[in-house]
Design a protein around this ligand. Structure first.
Ligand SMILES: O=c1ccn([C@@H]2O[C@H](COP(=O)(O)O)[C@@H](O)[C@H]2O)c(=O)[nH]1
Length: 241
């Protein structure tokens, strides 16, 4: 058993390179990694993603979801960026996930340097009602555990889930999979479009490896102070595993 620290990823969701660079600079040394996603990548392009990713550990969250050949080829095209974490959707299925893992293993000789492949289970913006609306008659908890088992068996290194599912995923899958957890809101902050939320301390207590926090940091008057407050909250939680 050893002490386990939950790490903080800041989601830099913006269409402006200058804005993202300003946030990345202000947060350098405070957060453990930055996340770039659809908005930044589509607006600023892959060279801009690479430029920011060269400065700090990068979570490249593009949530690929297509047929196995298209997703694994898309991942291969992204490998020069050398992100630490990358996402595909678990709903793409086992073959898509296993081919994606094989492609990343093939592209990196050194497994330590290979980006970790994360499968997104049920988006944290969804609740039971939104699942029912798309024809899934299950609770988010049951659906996350079902998809999580399939994705890890198929070769994902970890999962994106909400903090509400961490305990059930650890019971089902053990401590091996990296659990990356968005839907984080410091007490009293705006929930925005997130439905399955917890505070940073609650997510750390539950066993998140990483938490992902966007607007509570980027919309704060002082993003560096907001991120530091979240780190302080995480560091107050000591867990052994
Ligand atoms: O299920 C998911 C998967 C990814 N995200 C991403 O995390 C951040 C959260 O941003 P906030 O501003 O803190 O809500 C965002 O970039 C999402 O794309 C998620 O929220 N839920």
């Amino acid at each position: 058993m050893s002490a386990h620290r939950t790490r903080l990823i800041a989601a830099l969701d913006t269409a402006s390179y200058d804005q993202a660079l300003q946030w990345a600079t202000a947060l350098d040394g405070i957060v453990d990694a930055i996340k770039l996603g659809l908005e930044f990548t589509y607006a600023c392009g892959l060279d801009a993603v690479k430029a920011l990713g060269n400065r700090q550990d990068l979570f490249l969250d593009l949530k690929l979801h297509d047929i196995p050949n298209t997703v694994s080829s898309g991942l291969r095209a992204l490998t020069p960026i050398k992100p630490r974490l990358m996402t595909i959707h678990a709903l793409g299925g086992a073959e898509m996930i296993s081919r994606s893992r094989a492609t990343l293993e093939d592209a990196f000789d050194n497994d330590e340097k290979r980006p970790k492949l994360l499968a997104v289970t049920v988006l944290t913006s969804m609740n039971e009602q939104s699942l029912n609306e798309i024809g899934i008659n299950a609770t988010p908890l049951d659906e996350v555990v079902r998809l999580g088992r399939m994705a890890i068996r198929a070769g994902a290194d970890g999962l994106v889930c909400s903090a509400h599912e961490i305990t059930a995923l650890r019971d089902a899958l053990g401590d091996g999979p990296e659990l990356v957890v968005p839907g984080i809101r410091p007490a009293g902050s705006n929930t925005d479009d997130q439905k399955r939320i917890m505070t940073p301390a609650q997510a750390a207590q539950a066993g998140a490896d990483w938490i992902v926090v966007g607007r509570p940091i980027t919309r704060a008057d002082d993003p560096a102070a907001a991120a530091q407050a979240i780190q302080n909250e995480l560091q107050a939680v000591t867990r052994c595993r």
